[in-house]
Design a binder for this molecule. Structure first.
Ligand SMILES: Cc1ncc(COP(=O)(O)O)c(C=O)c1O
Length: 666
């Protein structure tokens, strides 16, 4: 070791170099390691040296606990010299007579007697090995590279599973009996083995972003949104409070503000929280509505009949919520819909009037802004007008809460200020009409009292990223819990959603993924993506309408989803859909054609599982016929930004192949 002398008395330490790679301890262990070093030195003869050791050690400990990469510690040179000697510190670029000397500090890899004893204890060895499987709490470039590389290797393995088909890997027969025999092993495994096994679990999975996967409203997540979802997974900020969520909590507020502005809520008054899915957003909306209609329910339970009103095409989550909130599924009133899959508002008025006449309370009216199968859009403005009129007519002492289930349709709010006349993004006329057709309903979202948004549907994020938005954040008081229930929380910070959220542990992944895409896309990006999907869907719709053996069932809905039926040769597709819908004497034919469409689906699905053709889905009941028989429909949901006209043709080719096979079976 070069002699240390001269005037240098300011030393920069790189605490990074003092890490576990040398002494095998993560943060807490590191602190303990320092404490031991102190003790070690205090017990040694050497008079004043112990002060130096103690002082430097304490400083370093502070560095680490504050996460500071560099810290300047001022000490007289002789004390540094002592410390360096005692810890076998290697001088990296310390030079004699320099004013500022930087040391790379390396704790000797030889452990103290105490520690060697510990490391020979089996559990300690296991802990030591498992530490490698954790991201390192203090920057360690070598280990950080290992972390990244482990990811890269997993992604490489996944990449090898890709082909031109919409499947990852090979078609898999799923064996749950083998799965049920799985048990936890005694010995730990390695990161590498576990990763390989995890990757294998993706084999046979449909690739949601593949242009020939048109299954459901499942988007391809963008890379920034995957990163946004992943970063909190590394650090586990809890968005219960900004005590623990810090700037990730701010991300939730940013997304809430951006989205509130997008859909037309007054941003200053609005509020919102991320939750566990579209169903979660509905649960929040109806819970708040119930508390408005029947104050005190949260404390004393429900003592009077209350109903939830929605359309017959609303998602079954309405029934789930009614059941879970104690309203009862039988108190869900479903309003019939028009052929456009929209709530018939005249019937809403009639049925709402009946409810109020009977003295029943209205927990919430749910307007579905994008139905699951057909992309039907309720007329929110009309619903609100009816609600207000009947509230006044019946002199209600509360305003029935209107929740917009916009988990699918919200994204179209980027067109609220799009100029369809000049059409700056250059959409085809057919697409402009389709987008404008949706925008005319979506522009009213801002009138609702609350709404649900799924970024993991039309916002292109990974699961789960759902935002519950409230027009007036003041309504959150209706679901706030008493501070005395949470004595261990909210001791510091300024933003505490955990005071009113259902969940205590709240992941930052949803908000960060959403933030990523709102930033990535801007309005024009989302407009262009949606415009592209709608263009592809309308291309498919045009072909299906043109062919003699197919008919489109949701021709007057303008989303990315196409519902259609296929018929055997000889069926007059100009008349049969209407007769199936309205004429009870066609019940048997309807049933036979339902079976025919199920068979088409099976054949297409089998082909898809083999990695050929396309993946579409089937809905058992796109709607009921007027005489109560479910009507089956095939469904293409185009969600891939990679979709091109040839993928539309692939749908048609698959249909024709299936028809031929069925014809040969008869
Ligand atoms: C219109 C609508 N509402 C609610 C939900 C429920 O959302 P989640 O599955 O995220 O709970 C869905 C799901 O597809 C939906 O389509």
């Amino acid at each position: 070791m070069p002699p240390f002398q001269g005037s240098a008395n300011v030393v920069a330490i790189e605490p990074r170099a003092l890490h576990w790679a040398d002494i095998g301890m993560p943060l807490w262990g590191l602190k303990r390691g320092f404490a031991e070093l102190c003790r070690d030195h205090r017990s040694k003869p050497g008079g004043g040296k112990k002060c130096a050791v103690g002082l430097i050690t304490a400083q370093l400990q502070k560095c680490v606990s504050e996460g500071v990469g560099h810290r300047t510690i001022e000490l007289p040179p002789n004390l540094w010299r002592d410390w360096i000697r005692h810890h076998a510190v290697r001088l990296r670029n310390g030079r004699e007579r320099t004013k500022r000397v930087s040391f790379r500090v390396t704790i000797p890899s030889r452990l103290s007697t105490n520690e060697s004893h510990l490391m020979s204890v089996p559990y300690q060895n296991i802990v030591h090995t498992l530490r490698q499987a954790f991201p390192q709490p203090v920057s360690d470039r070598v280990h950080d590279a290992y972390f990244v590389f482990s990811f890269l290797r997993a992604l490489d393995q996944v990449d090898r599973m890709k082909s031109v088909s919409p499947l990852l890997g090979k078609p898999e027969t799923l064996d749950y009996s083998v799965a049920k025999n799985c048990r936890v092993a005694n010995e730990p495994s390695t990161l590498e083995h576990v990763t390989e096994e995890l990757v294998e679990h993706l084999s046979g999975l449909f690739i949601s972003g593949h242009a020939r996967a048109q299954v459901n409203v499942v988007p391809a997540p963008t890379i920034p949104s995957i990163i946004g979802g992943m970063l909190p997974s590394i650090y586990n900020p809890n968005l219960c409070s900004d005590e623990s969520g810090r700037r990730v909590s701010v991300a939730e507020v940013e997304v809430t503000a951006m989205t509130a502005d997008l859909i037309g809520y007054p941003v200053e008054q609005a509020g919102g929280v991320f939750t566990f899915g579209g169903t979660g957003t509905l649960l929040y909306g109806v819970k708040i509505g119930l508390e408005k209609a029947c104050p005190g329910t949260a404390q004393t339970g429900l003592h009077e009949p209350a109903v939830l009103i929605c359309s017959e095409r609303a998602h079954y989550a309405c029934s789930t919520v009614a059941s879970w909130l104690g309203l009862g599924e039988q108190n869900v009133i479903q309003i019939p819909t028009s052929p456009e899959n929209e709530m018939r508002t005249c019937l809403l008025e009639t049925m709402l009037r009946d409810v109020l006449k009977q003295g029943r309370k209205v927990a919430a009216i749910v307007a579905t802004m994008g139905t699951t199968d057909a992309f039907g859009l309720d007329d929110l403005a009309a619903i609100i007008e009816i609600r207000d009129r009947l509230r006044d007519e019946f002199s209600l002492n509360y305003t029935p809460h209107i929740h917009a289930d916009a988990v699918i349709g919200w994204a179209w709010s980027v067109f609220n200020d799009y100029d369809f006349t000049t059409n700056p993004l250059g959409f085809q006329p057919r697409t402009v009409r389709a987008l404008a057709g949706t925008a005319r309903r979506i522009k009213h979202l801002g009138l609702s009292d609350s709404l649900g948004i799924d970024f993991h549907k039309t916002g292109f994020t990974p699961y789960v990223s759902s935002l519950f938005l409230l027009r007036s954040a003041a309504d959150l008081r209706l679901i706030s819990r008493d501070q005395s229930a949470t004595p261990y929380l909210f001791q510091s910070g300024h933003h505490h959603p955990g005071k009113y959220t259902l969940e205590t542990t709240r992941s930052g992944s949803g908000p960060m993924a959403a933030l990523a895409n709102l930033r990535l896309f801007g309005k024009d990006g989302l407009r262009s993506l949606l415009g592209h999907l709608v263009t592809m869907a309308s291309e498919l719709s045009t072909h299906l309408k043109a062919h003699a053996s197919t008919t489109v069932l949701n021709a007057d809905n303008f989303g990315a989803v196409t519902l259609f039926r296929v018929y055997p040769d000889g069926v007059d597709t100009f008349t049969i859909p209407k007769l199936e819908q309205t004429d009870v004497s066609y019940r048997d034919q309807l049933k036979a054609n339902n079976a025919y469409n199920r068979r088409v689906f099976e054949l297409i699905h089998d082909e898809a599982l083999q990695g050929r053709g396309i993946v579409i889905s089937l809905t058992d009941c796109y709607r009921l016929s007027d005489y109560g028989e479910p009507i089956v429909a095939l469904k293409s949901y185009i969600m891939s930004p990679f979709s091109e006209p040839e993928n539309v043709s692939a749908v048609l080719d698959s249909l024709w192949r299936a028809r031929q096979i069925i014809a040969s079976e008869q």
